[in-house]
Design a protein around this ligand. Structure first.
Ligand code: ADP
Ligand code: MG
Length: 389
């Protein structure tokens, strides 16, 4: 019985040629609309490429602007292009990792199977550097989401990598972060050497997103299965955030909907449905369960986050007080506000993480990944005015 179901379902046509080309892990050969930034990276890393001099560059930009894709491409292309230097590169994402596990992975790139335990962090780093020195190698280390590392574990690793003798001369750093706030956690000398140069990637325009999605269409969809009209709509939907990831995810979801409905092409309506499914946290059922002050707090967060990548608790407090005044409400005590904040986090609407390195520190960093702040703001305002009226 199941065999027949497999056969029947898989015999049906699909709009896709290769849906894996729409997966978040896929790294395309070409990155349209980032040629200029790629050129900037080449020139910033020129001392490394031409003489094995250590270079340090920080890339920042909002979600989906191509930070990861650009850096991984650069690492791959740079390897083997060194003049008078043997370049190797390693991409590491710091989210949820400890300095030790990052160093262990770096060591294992060169010494596969190196045991999990046995030596301390400092020895691991010496081992790595000794290997590089012995083989005349220079390592381009790409540290993605480096802000997570610094905010959770402090600046020690960056200090060791960029300020200590042989290590600093054998390793170049390409670091990636959504914004520059974590730099405040670094001491002045580390910041000065670590920072080196800075490259900010701007959000994509609608036209750029259309170009990026068109290139992806060639690889992922059967010819004719994704009409121009639908492609343009996906670009339009993603352009409010300038976010290529959202555009690509919309194409994947809409294509799957088209297949599920037995449609030979991806229709605008499939995209609208895909769009609605992208932000389940924004669903009215979820928001309508919030208490009035939770809504006011969320409104304050959404407003602040429209202008910044993240907010501190103090910034949120001030925005909350302003919103309360507008709505003729008395702000709740700070500790109550923090409870509301925890609820919004538990519901998956806001992201909250400790900002201060002190274990009992009060400062937190509040951010929003599930939806554009502008849309959240509108939705919350609509709910508040419904309740009032
Ligand atoms: P970020 O790291 O800034 O959040 P990513 O590099 O992960 O963004 O990009 C998000 C998605 O969009 C990835 O699937 C990536 O391959 C794709 N992408 C981003 N920029 C481009 C581009 N210029 N050309 C093609 N694909 C891109
Ligand atoms: Mg990324």
């Amino acid at each position: 019985m199941f065999g027949e179901i497999f056969d029947r379902e898989l015999r049906r046509g699909s709009v896709f040629l290769d849906p894996s080309k729409l997966s978040p892990d896929y790294l395309p050969e070409r990155l349209p609309c980032r040629e200029e930034e790629f050129g900037r990276l080449v020139s910033l890393f020129r001392p490394m490429l031409e003489g094995g001099m250590p270079c340090r560059v920080l890339i920042t930009g909002r979600v989906g602007v191509g930070k990861t894709a650009l850096s991984r491409r650069f690492g791959l292309e740079a390897e083997g292009r060194g003049k008078g230097v043997r370049l190797s590169h390693l991409y590491l994402n710091c989210r949820g990792r400890t300095p030790y596990s990052l160093l262990l992975e770096a060591v294992r790139k060169f010494l596969p199977g190196w045991p999990e335990r046995g030596v301390g962090r400092g020895e691991l780093l010496s081992l790595l550097v000794e290997h590089l020195r012995h083989h005349g190698l220079h390592l381009l280390l790409i540290l993605d989401e480096v802000d997570y590392l610094v905010l959770r574990h402090g600046p020690d690793l960056l200090y060791s990598l960029s300020r200590t003798g042989e290590t600093a001369s054998r390793i170049s750093l390409l670091s990636i972060s959504r914004d520059r706030r974590f730099l405040a956690e670094l001491d002045e000398p580390t910041r000065a050497t670590f920072l080196g140069h800075h490259l900010e990637l701007p959000p994509y325009t609608r036209e750029q997103l259309e170009e990026i999605l068109r290139a992806r269409r060639e690889e992922a969809f059967r010819r004719g299965a994704l009409p121009d009209e639908s492609l343009a709509l996906a670009a339009e939907m993603a352009s409010r955030r300038g976010d290529a990831r959202m555009g690509i995810e919309l194409l994947l979801r809409a294509g799957m909907l088209a297949d599920a409905r037995g449609s030979r092409t991806v229709l605008p309506e499939h995209l609208r449905e895909a769009r609605a499914s992208l932000y389940p946290e924004l669903r009215r059922e979820v928001l309508s369960e919030l208490s009035p002050h939770e809504l006011l707090l969320l409104l304050a967060a959404a407003r602040g986050l429209r202008k910044a990548g993240s907010l501190t608790t103090g910034e949120l407090r001030r925005a909350y007080e302003v919103v309360c005044e507008e709505h003729g409400e008395k702000p709740r005590h700070h500790s109550v506000m923090l409870e509301h904040l925890r609820r919004l986090e538990a519901l998956g609407i806001l992201e909250v993480e400790p900002l201060s390195l002190h274990p009992r520190g009060q400062t937190q960093r509040i951010s929003l990944e599930v939806a554009p702040a502008g849309e959240l703001e509108k939705e919350v305002e609509r709910l508040l005015s419904e309740r009032r009226g």
